[in-house]
Design a protein around this ligand. Structure first.
Ligand SMILES: Cc1cc2nc3c(=O)[nH]c(=O)nc-3n(C[C@H](O)[C@H](O)[C@H](O)COP(=O)(O)OP(=O)(O)OC[C@H]3O[C@@H](n4cnc5c(N)ncnc54)[C@H](O)[C@@H]3O)c2cc1C
Length: 550
């Protein structure tokens, strides 16, 4: 199947996707799924399945099996810096492993499978692993109560209750691995750290991109050419480091100030065979010595800092301080329920009507500065009661000095008190700032678009101006709203991007269309729908039934 009629070079790919996380997975699955639930209703699915398997009429059966979306794959490459033995979702899997996260934060219908919203729940059932779905219906009930109090229309209907379960990390990991298998996605994956995306002949019919990537296995740079690029970079490239860290006058000794993303980095080097540990050797010895009680300062008010505290307890720390600028808030999701339930449409409607600067402000408000799930909050309370943890709210670090003689931090707090710590862990998150994404520098120079608070102003199809460059992950925030960076945001972005890509591929395959139209009618009978219609259906412009009618 030739997707591009006019390829400028023989090795020209149709699509390069940068990043192999859940968002990229959502896109690849959506591109290759023949019957996505966005297009087919449940009853369509049933009828389609029935015809495919039971119909006595071979012609009709053949008709259902003619979509060969697999032939797309040789034209697509997914490049990720962190591909190792782990394959797809390396960043996600290592984050969960590094922070010992047992369950996801989001409900069971947040997943990358385009086939059905209940796909993850069905997978759990089929694998006899329903016990790995953690009940969070308390959150559903509190959402309903809150609405009753404020006399608002309830966020949820009774039927939604069954969605209020969160999958275990391993169930979700296996589910995603099953998607990689189902759509045969291992072959498209390639290791490489993309350092530059350069548009060539932009805004002309022969436009394409040069993608420069560093391969850690060969130690060499490679250059790929592609007609279209999707950047699904996640939010891993710009850790937020508080300003006082940059003002430390002394040389910062290794592993004495660590960001949460460094924990993941340690595991990544581990999978290459050279084991690394997040704790300095001397501190490990102190932790093993019962007479010593090294002090740890954890900074941050979100779920990651609570996870760091849990990890510290597991590593043997008995004197931990958790410091946050605000107060610790409890919430199951990293967004208010208003953005998840059925009332969300009203909020999204006003979001899309707002000017870009206001949308950026709404995105910040929706996050509300970070929160901790009820499960982790209970854990923190327990640590506090047993004297392992002290929680300092509404406090900040002003200044820190490293005393190399005593090997301790001397920290000046916003309360003007000094305290000593052995090590500092930062659960301060990462910033979405498109101007700081190294691989996008040349795009920003050659084809600048409006950037508001670090986020690019993309079009409805998440496209970068006139270029055939699409963005996923939190970078779609201004177009998709506060759920953009979550798993569900990946599926919404995939829907929009896949639709646009298929439309383009359809336009380019005019040549193919005329060939296939010739093959359509044999002996006066329609043999199979042409590729134009199939692409239209797969791109969700029409559903399968209208294609069959045609
Ligand atoms: C610890 C944690 C738990 C979370 N839990 C949930 C949850 O339960 N539910 C939920 O909805 N959301 C959750 N999120 C939020 C969000 O869903 C995740 O961050 C998710 O990983 C986003 O998917 P992604 O594909 O956009 O990014 P990532 O998973 O981060 O993948 C991006 C990939 O791009 C690669 N990459 C980046 N730059 C380059 C480059 N220049 N060259 C090559 N490769 C590059 C990275 O190596 C990475 O593998 C969680 C986030 C974190 C950090």
């Amino acid at each position: 199947m030739t997707l591009s009629a006019q390829k400028p070079a023989i090795d020209m790919l149709d699509l390069v996707v940068i990043g192999a996380g859940p968002h990229s997975l959502s896109l690849l699955c959506r591109l290759l799924e023949q019957s996505p639930f966005e297009t087919l209703t449940d009853s369509d699915h049933q009828r389609y399945h029935h015809i495919r398997t039971k119909s006595k009429n071979k012609l009709v059966r053949d008709c259902c099996d003619t979509i060969d979306v697999d032939s797309l794959k040789p034209h697509i490459k997914v490049i990720d810096a962190n591909v190792s033995s782990g394959g797809w979702m390396c960043q996600w899997n290592k984050s969960f492993e590094a922070l010992h996260i047992a369950h996801l934060r989001s409900p069971v219908f947040f997943h990358p499978d385009p086939f059905h919203p209940d796909a993850l729940r069905t997978f759990a059932k089929a694998e006899c692993r329903e016990c790995e779905l953690l009940d969070i219906t308390a959150c559903f009930e509190s959402g309903c109560k809150k609405c009753k109090k404020t006399k608002q229309r309830s966020h949820f209907i009774a039927n939604d209750r069954r969605q209020f379960f969160t999958p275990s990390a391993s169930l979700f990991q296996d589910f995603c691995a099953s998607l990689v298998d189902r759509y045969g996605l291992d072959d498209v994956l390639h290791q490489g750290n993309v350092t530059a995306i350069t548009p060539v002949n932009p805004n002309t019919p022969s436009s394409y991109f040069e993608i420069k990537s560093f391969n850690k296995y060969t130690g060499e740079y490679e250059t790929f050419t592609a007609k279209r690029v999707v950047a699904a970079l996640g939010n891993v490239n710009n850790p937020i480091i508080p300003p006082w860290v940059h003002m430390i006058p002394q040389h910062i000794p290794e592993k004495r100030i660590v960001h949460a993303l460094d924990f993941v980095q340690c595991l990544k080097s581990d999978c290459e065979g050279c084991h690394d540990d997040i704790l300095p050797d001397q501190l490990k010895e102190q932790l093993n010595d019962l007479s010593e009680k090294p002090r740890l300062l954890v900074i941050g008010g979100g779920l990651t800092s609570a996870q760091l505290v849990q990890l510290a307890v597991k590593r043997g720390f008995k004197d931990i301080t958790l410091m946050t600028r605000g107060v610790l808030k409890t919430s199951q999701f990293d967004l208010s329920l208003d953005w998840i339930g059925r009332n969300a449409n009203t909020l999204f409607a006003s979001f899309w009507q707002a000017p870009l600067a206001e949308r950026r402000a709404i995105l910040r408000r929706a996050k509300n500065g970070g929160s901790v799930t009820p499960e982790y909050m209970a854990l923190l309370k327990c640590y506090k009661e047993t004297g392992v943890l002290e929680i300092k709210e509404k406090q900040e670090v002003r200044q820190a000095d490293w005393n190399s003689h005593y090997e301790k931090w001397r920290v000046l707090m916003s309360t003007c008190e000094y305290e000593e710590y052995d090590v500092i862990w930062l659960g301060t998150g990462a910033a979405l700032d498109v101007k700081k994404e190294a691989c996008l520098v040349s795009v920003l120079e050659s084809d600048p678009i409006e950037v508001v608070g670090g986020l690019p102003a993309l079009d409805r199809n998440l496209k970068w101006g006139d270029l055939d460059l699409y963005m996923m992950s939190g970078y779609c925030g201004l177009s998709l709203g506060p759920t953009a960076g979550n798993l569900i945001g990946g599926r919404v972005a995939a829907e929009r991007i896949a639709g646009d890509l298929w439309k383009k591929w359809v336009d380019e395959s005019e040549e193919l269309r005329s060939v296939s139209e010739g093959a359509r009618v044999k002996g006066g009978r329609e043999v199979k729908p042409d590729l134009f219609s199939l692409a239209t259906m797969t791109g969700s412009f029409e559903n399968f039934w209208s294609v069959l009618v045609e």
